[in-house]
Design a protein around this ligand. Sequence first.
Ligand code: 13P
Ligand code: SF4
Length: 329
Amino acid sequence: MSVQQRNLNGSSEIYKKISKFVPVNEWKVHAPLIEKINKLKKEKNAIILAHNYQTPEIYHGVADIAADSLALAVEAAKTSADKIIMCGVHFMAETAKLMNPNKKVFLPDMQAGCSLASSITGKDVRLLKQKYPGVPVVSYVNTSADVKAETDVCCTSANAVKVVESLNVEKVIFLPDQYLADYVAKNTKVKIISWKGTCIVHEQFTSKEIEDIKNQNPGIKVIAHPECPPDVIEASDFAGSTSGMIKYVKDNQPKKVMLVTECSMSDNVEADNPNVSFIKPCNLCPYMKKIDLEKILDCLENDTNEIILDNKTIEAARKSVIRMTEIGR
Ligand code: 13P
Ligand code: SF4
């Protein structure tokens, strides 16, 4: 599993690694914040978890653990810290809270949402269950706690096929990403009933773009996230979760690569793989980008933006996430 466990150095060491991606004038603003955050999180016994789409100064500068959404859920459950700061989006912070009901979990900006999570509500799932009685519900982890509370088992892009097949049934309701549902349907015999949610970042890529890049860069390896449209995945050499993509680059060390996903990923992975050259057409996730160092510091100093969930929702939603982590990758 590709979980980046950090032994954070002083800020000048960090800057050596990411100077290619962070202009020096920006770094002058980031460096004192990084020093403050790394000192304060020790004093407060807090841990910073960051998704792979966070900017390099967060990913390489203050994150104790950087990972994909499955590993973030697993790592959140293992921590002995009193406080968890989730540098990611709202559903990731809620998932961390579900795994740690007795700990304080913070999200640096409550507006850090997700187009997939907001495409479906708990009420929608109840209606679907009425329409398809007895058919189990598999929900992508990119959903609200209310949706998870109506779900039999969660999945992420790293384990979607395995989770669907673990149910040993002919049919499942698979929510909410239609493209991930297509990807799963192609890789299993189980019949998939899907929902029309999309990721605003990945739906924008086209197979024409991939073909053009391949023509302009002979030998390039193109790696796509399963939230991309099916023809984009088809045109790519490999598809996998964000950690799956990182592992592919680390293990294969291709001469040239393009990661068909959110922009910060390529910068973060390039900093760890200096011998690989990256072609970077990418799309920004406006939600992930709501997180910055100032807001992280504010969480640490003032306990801002704590995730609060009622016990009934925690009870119901937690089961579907735990079931997923037991199935693994
Ligand atoms: P991963 O589970 O692959 O990290 O993806 C999360 C996400 O939000 C991708 O858009
Ligand atoms: Fe949601 Fe897409 Fe952003 Fe991931 S990249 S948080 S799926 S909108």
